[in-house]
Design a protein around this ligand. Structure first.
Ligand SMILES: NC(=O)c1ccc[n+]([C@@H]2O[C@H](COP(=O)([O-])OP(=O)(O)OC[C@H]3O[C@@H](n4cnc5c(N)ncnc54)[C@H](O)[C@@H]3O)[C@@H](O)[C@H]2O)c1
Length: 322
């Protein structure tokens, strides 16, 4: 049985990834310090003999983690990082700036060193935020981005960019088989109300009858991918042969305005909430974002399958039941 380590495995995407890997027949070790994740995301997995949870901060020296790991590790997914951009959330990277910078730089370095030690294949969960407020649309992997090095989002965007630089170094200089997935906005069950990402806020406002609050004029666009499609893409990318050093976008090709998302949520929840436009768009908030997934389709034979309506219904049910 092959062993997979998932850092950030108690978080939103990581918990789904752990579950799918176990179903695929791997032994899974989830490494997480529960900074923005939640043990309830992995509660059902803890009963499984092929699953183990290690409470550990990956910015600590990797030798401390190696003491807790088995003798061989075959694959290492590095997902640990705060991910919410909402400046009102205590779980966002704005509220956790130092933790975010450190986990994506020091943490990535430590995990790459572990991958080198174990001869494990490594996948770094980077982000579409490496493209910043893009001047090219949709964004291909070759686009180098329009990112502020010092703006409020830089603690996340630039840390991820340096994380990518570390990955490229370990591929070039240390022979590690490492890959970079640029993840675009993902949604689904196990998202936390408190991290207040756009779709989470819209659904919870709609379900409680509170005003559905849009930042800016609502004409900015987002493309959202359902979590099962994301996890499928991440696993295919990791398990494919001959992709050492590759960067691949994983995201949805469908783009809607923020106002359209608000209207869809209102309709699907049958809510009486009114839609209001509350504040200026936060500084450096991207106006347009959509993945070009030509490369993923070609190299991984992958594309998203879940429609927005199906996915939103599942997330709405999840929030109704929690
Ligand atoms: N969800 C998205 O839309 C999205 C988009 C782009 C990129 N990503 C990336 O995907 C990854 C997972 O995102 P998510 O949405 O599941 O976020 P999440 O906050 O739900 O999960 C991240 C997990 O990492 C853990 N973590 C944070 N710092 C840690 C540390 N120092 N040591 C150990 N564990 C630590 C958290 O406790 C949490 O469980 C992140 O790297 C994020 O940057 C996510």
């Amino acid at each position: 049985m092959q062993t997979v380590v998932v850092t950030g495995g108690a978080g939103f995407i990581g918990s789904h990834l752990c579950k799918h890997l176990i179903e695929d027949g791997y032994r899974v070790i989830c490494v997480d310090n529960l900074l923005t994740g939640n043990e309830k995301n992995i509660a059902a997995l803890l009963e499984n003999p092929h699953f183990e949870f290690i409470d550990f901060d990956v910015t600590r020296p990797e030798a401390e983690l190696a003491e807790k790991l088995p003798e061989s590790v075959d694959f290492l997914f590095h997902l640990a990082s705060p991910a919410s951009p909402n400046h009102h959330s205590k779980l966002s990277y704005h509220a956790l700036p130092m933790e975010t910078m450190m986990v994506n730089t020091n943490g990535t370095l430590n995990m790459l060193r572990l991958a080198e030690k174990y001869h494990a294949r490594f996948l770094f969960s980077s982000t579409s935020e490496t493209y910043g407020d893009p001047l090219e649309h949709p964004q291909k992997e070759t686009y180098r981005g329009n990112v502020s090095t010092t703006g409020p989002r830089s603690v996340y965007d630039e840390a991820k960019r340096f994380g990518e630089t570390l990955v490229a170094y370990f591929v070039r200089e240390k022979g590690v088989d490492a890959r970079i997935a640029r993840i675009f906005n993902t949604y689904g069950p196990n998202m936390q109300k408190e991290d207040r990402r756009m779709i989470v806020d819209f659904i919870n406002q709609a379900l409680t009858g509170a005003p559905i609050t849009i930042f800016g004029d609502g004409k900015q666009t987002r493309s959202l991918i359902y979590v099962s499609d994301m996890v499928d893409g991440l696993i295919k990318f990791m398990m494919a042969e001959n992709l050492k050093g590759e960067i691949i976008n994983l995201g949805s090709e469908f783009e809607f305005t923020v106002q359209e998302y608000a209207e869809m949520v209102k309709k699907l929840t049958d809510s009486q909430s009114e839609i209001i436009f509350s504040e200026e768009l936060p500084k450096d908030d991207p106006l347009r974002r959509r993945a070009d997934i030509t490369k993923a389709k070609a190299l991984l034979s992958w594309e998203p399958k879940v429609t927005l309506e199906e996915g939103l219904k599942k997330l709405i049910e999840y929030f109704k039941s929690t």
